[in-house]
Each structure stands twice: as C-alpha cells, then as structure tokens.
Design a binder for this molecule. Structure first.
Ligand code: SF4
Length: 287
C-alpha cells in the first residue's frame, strides 16, 4: 500500500477518534489505547449555554435554568404539546403523501420563485434515502453545496457525517435537506420571503418521506417548521410533536465548528434520536 494512503488513513482515524472523544465516548476512545482520559459530560450538566453567535443566540438570563428534559429511555413521554398556532405554511402547503421526491424535484424545476435564483450555481434539493426514517433539515446551501448541488458536503457537512456515523448509521440511511434550496449570498440567513417561497417544497419532501424523526439543525429549520421566532435554546434537545412528526431541534454543525464545547449536548440529543429509532445507545461514563 502506498505510504500516502497510510498517512491519509491514519489522519482519518485520528480525526474520528478526536470526534468521538469530543462527544464524550470515553470507553470507545480508551478501547483504542489512548493514554488520555477524556472527561465525558456529567449527566447532571444537561445544558451548556452556547457562546453568542448570530446563528445560535445565547439563552436569555430568564431561561438560564434549563427546562426539564425527560430521559431518552422514555421518549414516548417526552413530547411537548405546542400551543395552538395560526395555520402554518405546512398546513397551507399541498399535502400529498403519495408524491415522490422525484415528482417534487420535477415541479421545482429550474426555480425562479425567489431572488436566490439569481446568484446560485446549483439547486440543492436534498440527498439520501427516500425510505429514510430519519431526516436532517438544515438552513440552506453554502459554497461547497452550491458548487456540487448536494447538501452538507463542506466542513459542517463532514461533521454531520461524523455525527451520523457515531449514531451507527451512514449518510445513505438518512435524508438530508435544507429550508431553502439555493445558496444565500455570503451564507447569510435566508430572508422571510425566500423561506416563504421555498419552504413548501421542504414540507412536500417531508410528506413524501414520512419520517419517524426530523432533526432540525439550527434555528432557521426549527423556526420554519414551527412558525416560531423563539430561540432554539428554548427547545433544543426536546421532543416536539409537530403534525404527527417527532421533531427534535439541535445545534447546526456549523455552530459546533465554532463552539466545540456544544458537541456534548448535541450528542445527548442524538442519543435520544437513537433511542427513538431503536438504535443501540452507547453508554458514556464520567470518570
Ligand atoms: S431558494 Fe427555493 S424558491 Fe428560491 S429560487 Fe431557489 S429553489 Fe426557488
């Protein structure tokens, strides 16, 4: 085997081990002979207040006490009823459970429904398994995604892939899409008129997929699905019952790249998802 291939494989292995260590998977890490002793988060420290950023605002002082989060071993009791809201975009969208993703993509066409079409290179419709029980919904494509026409293929995408693999899944097992299908210039947040124009296609995708669990990555996905202006910090890690879909908001991988300390909280969220999907939840022990 060429030496360069060995180096690449070794570097990938190191990255994977660092990632598991960040997630608090101490036993996994130790089994592989590390001399380091990572400190997984104590179960008692259920919320890490995120650093301030545009994408993931910090908890308001009045909310510093985290809401009670039911144990992931009893997900059936963990769904929060939402206060009845005015009809959402989801409700007004044309629900058609027999519609295929291909039909929805055909209908989207070379879309010019909002101004984002003027600056995009490629529409990023979505990618993954049409039979997926787990769907990740992000905000919108970045530069790499815009160039390739695929969601989550940049740095944040690599981290999402690691998260999926840490759950014992592969990307081909899940479906990944965004609220808007074209890249907002400079990676800015999508504007309300852009979300309004594009999100009906997201809703149709979800109707077609009929997933068991939707994981919202970041505030835009969560706020679009729930038609809410509330900070994701209010609901992060909590099960929400959204029109029959079990939805769990968590931080966006791009936020984790800037705030690695939040990975432990996201891992706890993903463990809840694993329990809901019947996947083996790896136990973590604080030393
Ligand atoms: S973001 Fe959505 S609505 Fe806007 S042009 Fe792209 S595909 Fe069409």
């Amino acid at each position: 085997m060429p030496e360069s291939a060995d180096i690449t494989r070794s570097e990938k292995l190191k990255q994977r081990l660092r990632f598991y260590e960040d997630l608090g998977l101490a036993p996994f890490y130790r089994d592989r002979g590390s001399s380091r002793s990572p400190q997984p988060p104590s179960p008692a420290s259920s919320v890490v207040t995120p650093s301030h950023s545009i994408e993931e605002p910090p908890l308001p002082k009045s909310s510093l006490k985290p809401p009670a989060v039911p144990s992931p071993v009893a997900p059936a009791k963990a769904f929060l009823p939402l206060t009845p809201a005015p009809p959402s975009l989801f409700e007004t969208a044309n629900r058609n459970q027999s519609e295929t993703l291909l039909q929805i993509r055909d209908d989207l066409g070379e879309c010019t429904r909002c101004k984002l079409h003027t600056t995009r290179n490629k529409i990023v419709f979505g990618d993954g398994n049409p039979q997926a029980k787990l769907v990740f919904v992000g905000e919108g494509p970045g530069a790499d995604e815009d160039a390739q026409g695929l969601p989550f293929v940049g740095r944040a995408g690599k981290l999402l892939t690691q998260m999926i693999e840490a759950m014992g899944l592969e990307r081909r097992d899940v479906y990944i899409c965004n609220v808007v299908k074209c890249r907002p210039p400079g990676n800015r947040q999508p504007e309300p008129d852009e979300v309004e124009a594009c999100s009906p296609f997201l809703f149709r995708q979800l109707d077609s997929l009929q997933p068991k669990v939707i994981v919202c990555l970041g505030a835009t996905a969560f706020q679009t699905l729930l038609q809410s202006n509330r900070s994701i910090s209010h609901f992060r890690g909590q099960w929400l019952d959204f029109r029959g879909y079990k939805m769990l908001p968590t931080y966006h991988p791009a936020y984790l790249l800037r705030n690695p300390a939040a990975k432990a909280n996201v891992w706890k969220d993903l463990q809840k998802v694993m329990a809901e999907l019947g996947l083996e939840v790896k136990k973590t022990k604080a030393k």
